[in-house]
Design a protein around this ligand. Structure first.
Ligand SMILES: [Mn+2]
Length: 285
């Protein structure tokens, strides 16, 4: 079956849109299973599966003006060049008062998006991995350094990481030394996501929040099609709760690390659903 090549219901022009979806098909630093560059295409396809109306929110996506910008051309560029390309584009979108929604690609794209925002922004990072290495395989802009690169732009106390369950010993030690605020998936399972979110609120307050959703924060049962799957993760409802909790504070969003060559379609479907729910649940908040 052939579908249009844009995200379902993204019918607004760039000028008229409130939200703008951008694909960054980049996976050059992938260390385990490459293929995340295919994600924007597969997530767009999956988006056509869903109804425009959602009974739970009562919101029809046809009432929301959003635009699909397509993909940026990052096919043959180095990681640092890719980060700059993403930063420049998102900077332009923010100048036009657009709400950016960026589809990766691997997690290395996130620092480009974050750099387009003011330095006092809060970042909520949902990720199975701490991603706090300074370099990985001699590359600073590796997916394995995603959270660390974010803290080159914002203060470490402005970053909150939820769902972590993997990192090397030195990363954990370094994160503790730098007082990185993170809550692991075992704590979330034990205390429940709502209690955990209340705790993050003490940290985040009423500030503007950027959300980076690494799909591997979910348990691989829900999202097996990802580059570095890690068991013992969150549920899709946990992620929805995070979106709802900060719905009035979000100013930008990326979803990364869907890896179509290892997916039977369910991970791309879940990603498309999250993007659709994110738009609905943040609209007019
Ligand atoms: Mn990750």
């Amino acid at each position: 079956m052939n579908f249009p090549d844009y995200f379902a219901d993204a019918e607004a022009s760039l000028n008229d849109a409130e939200y703008v979806i951008v694909g960054v098909p980049y996976d050059k630093t992938s260390s385990f299973r490459p293929g995340a560059k295919k994600a924007p295409e597969e997530i767009r396809k999956a988006s056509w599966n869903f109804e425009t109306y959602n009974f739970k929110t009562g919101i029809d996506l046809r009432d929301i003006r959003f635009h699909d910008y397509g993909n940026v051309d990052v096919d043959n560029v180095r990681p640092d060049e890719m980060v700059k390309i993403v930063k420049d584009l998102v900077t332009q979108l923010l100048r036009k008062n657009k709400f950016p929604i960026v589809i990766g690609g691997e997690h290395s794209i996130t620092s480009g998006v974050v750099q387009a925002f003011p330095e006092d922004i809060m970042v909520l990072s949902l990720d199975a991995h701490l991603d706090f290495r300074d370099k990985y395989e001699n590359e600073e802009n590796s997916h394995a350094c995603a959270n660390r690169r974010i803290t080159d732009h914002i203060k470490v106390e402005n970053l909150v990481v939820l769902g972590v369950r993997s990192a090397e010993k030195e990363e954990f030690e370094n994160a503790k030394k730098k007082k990185l605020f993170y809550i692991d998936s075992f704590e979330i399972e034990k205390r429940g996501i709502k209690k955990v979110l209340e705790e993050t609120k003490k940290h985040i307050g009423n500030k503007q929040v950027y959300l980076t959703l690494d799909i591997d924060v979910l348990d691989p049962v829900f999202a097996p099609g990802t580059s570095t799957p890690e068991p013992l993760g969150l549920t899709p409802f946990d992620v929805l709760d995070c979106i709802d909790y900060y719905s009035s504070q979000f100013v930008g969003f990326d979803l990364v690390e869907v890896c179509p060559p290892f997916d039977n379609g369910e991970t791309a479907l879940l990603a498309a659903k999250f993007i659709r729910e994110f738009i609905r649940r943040t609209w007019q908040k």
